[in-house]
Design a binder for this molecule. Sequence first.
Ligand SMILES: Cc1ncc(COP(=O)(O)O)c(C=O)c1O
Length: 411
Amino acid sequence: MPAVVSPPSAALDVLGVPGEINLDYAATAPCARAAADAVTELLPWYASVHRGAGALSRRCTLAYERARQTIGDFFGARADDHVIFTRNTTDALNLLARSLPAGTTVVTFAGEHHANLLPWPRGSVRLPVPSDPAGAVRDLAAALTELRRDSNPALPVLVAVTGASNVTGELWPVAELARVAHRHGARIVLDAAQLAPHAPVDVRTLGVDYLAVSGHKLYAPFGAGVLVGRADWLDAAPPYLAGGGATSHVGPATHDVTWATGPARHEGGTPNLLGAVALAAVCAALTDADRVALAAQEQALLARLRAGLAALPHVVELRTFGPDAPRVGIVSFVVAGRDSTAVAAQLAADHRIGVRDGLFCAHPLARRLLGEAATRTGRRDLPPTALRASIGLGSTAAQVDRLLAALAELA
Ligand SMILES: Cc1ncc(COP(=O)(O)O)c(C=O)c1O
């Protein structure tokens, strides 16, 4: 039986394995009790969605659509927004990329995860990584001014930004970037993959047009993500997956098809009911939770972790915005003179601690920060890849201390 790790509240207990220290939440968070319970409860009823008249099928259809509503409410979706189920954030951003009106220019920063760099069309603008959040706002304003001056002002522009960096945990000034985008007649999509697990995210409060998120990083495994946002581009776009469920009429001729509007247009095929229900259950549990208290607990652990790392002379933290920039529970670092993959393997083998190593699917940013770390410290023995520790619900001071002690032994 899976064990429960340090419960903040019953529904937000996370499952785990006794003795295994999971400090890799940013890759995939453990399963919340709420998600596991919701799936277990539904499983006896498991049947088709939108495809059957039987009692089981009707219950599943209801559960799926209720999940959509709960998730939309959780993220502050406007009445006319679509909430479209996807596999994950990558899938959600690719869906949006395929839905862009012709001639759209996408503007993003080089600090993004590959999921928010690679789907965008040729001709997209990639701004350099700024040295502080105010610089991001200034750089975006300058880039949009230039873009509007040099290109047809009627053509759409989409700004694509992360809420929290998956490399450093640092927060990006999303609301300010949204204001700048809108001032220039652009739309903005928020990659909330790393922000949503740590802080409330509301599209209306932040003023973003679209939001992409992954269930598996939000304590809800089973493979669902969502794209939330403005209906018009999505309803005008070709269906993301052509097939059953995405149509309202199919005639005898090959191309005699009327595609559905609404989320169904992009949810062709039998949907991932359990993923949707799991994600909705976590959203509901987080809505009921004291998020301020949860954030305070996380910040205390993060401070302990960062202070402990700073006290180790052979460990160097990676950062974009400076040591005091607000951030969520994610820290990347290197052990001077040690290969990061070997360190991660040693932490796993000798201490049963799971961390991530590599360039974290954010190669341009990670390489830049590794270079910056070498310059800042004057060290020539930093490895070419990094380590990342990340925490969240159920993480404990004892786990953080075990990591710090293990790293101290590497000296
Ligand atoms: C900031 C950010 N965006 C997008 C993604 C992609 O998420 P997924 O792999 O769930 O599609 C990740 C995953 O690590 C991420 O950290």
